[in-house]
Write a protein that binds this ligand. Sequence first.
Ligand code: HEM
Length: 408
Amino acid sequence: MSQTVSIPHGLPIERDAGPFDPPRQITRLRDARPVSPMIFPDGHEGWFVSGYEAVRQLMADARFSSRLDLGVIHVPYEMPDMPVSTEPSPQVPGMFIAMDPPDHTRLRRRLTGTFTVKRMRQLEDHIIEIVARQLDEMARLTPPIDLVKEFALPVPSLVICELLGVPYEDRKDFQANSARFLVKSPTLEEKIAAYTALSTYLSGLVADKRATPGEDILSDLARQDDLSIEELTGIAFLLLLAGHETTANLLSLGTFALLEHPEQLAELRANPDLMPDAVEELMRYLSVVDILYRYASEDIDLGGETIGKGSTVVVSMLAANHDPQRFENPDTLDVHRKARGHLSFGHGVHQCLGQQLARIEMRAGFEGLLRRFPTLKLAIPAGEVRLRTDMNIYGVHELPVTWAQPAE
Ligand code: HEM
């Protein structure tokens, strides 16, 4: 039996196998022992789950509580100055990603009708328009430009702002605070400051919507009197953060991955019908939401190991999505692959509420970008692209790109 591993969790793990594949340490661990005991930087013992089958089984098992994952806060294990909790964390009102049923069910149920496949399909044309407008603006600029700033971040931000009824003019502050909040190893003061600033802003916004509701998702929620302002604020926080940071990183890291795989890119350009499968494959291959946390509410057998009651469990979606037991040649990007069954939107009761929206944004985003900029290429060597190994959602900090200007 291999010994207990120590993972420098919370600290940036170097992408020593390239920008897209899991770090070698994680791959070795998954292949040797997909459910491994681990030690956190503060000495606290827990488990690291990295094999596809084990991850899927764990996510579907309600005995693994989500109450250690304060939304995307991950406070206790990433900051050495925080005491380690040995029982479920207190719940942040409204932040249902970090709740268990029945509290989770009570809140999530209010939104399931809003994010259905049918409702999201009705938005598709509008999202295509938003993409086209953003590409028009980008085309007016003189390259090189930063694709994150000019395209990948604005598109999902515009969409989620419009859906939620958050003024897009306020984006500078909420994008900066979201980014500060997602840094892996900030000081506690920095994390709390970003959280407080974003919550204060959103609490004012939902209070206004309660007083004078409009035609948007937050207003629809604000009309429901049994939801408190604190709950509305937590829901708004979750939707706003999850709604723009995730898709933005998939769009920019996905573009980087396609530019680094020119044969795949050429096939996709030649056959746009491949786009839905290509998006699923990019989701699998890149797994931008890699690490999730769970808490064992009782002794649970998983993958031949017994995870003791009270253990903290770290789950790697990236490792699971690159598990050769489930996906053939997992470290190869293949736009023909049928990658459905990947775990990038999670699995079980917390499976991503916004997944249909995200799919539409990504299909429209990649489709528009590739068609409009047929000569798009990196403006710096690939090795110089700054990777977000320091953030809780993976991606690139900037993606400098250029293209051939049309002849005057
Ligand atoms: C949950 C990934 C886009 C809203 C999740 C989870 C994952 C995920 C892995 C499960 C977390 C867990 O089990 O602890 C992604 C990725 C996206 C994306 C990779 C884009 C590529 C979106 C968008 C929204 C959204 C656009 C917009 C509203 C949510 C919400 C939850 C969630 C509200 C919590 C669901 C619950 O706890 O019941 N997402 N997401 N996500 N996502 Fe997404």
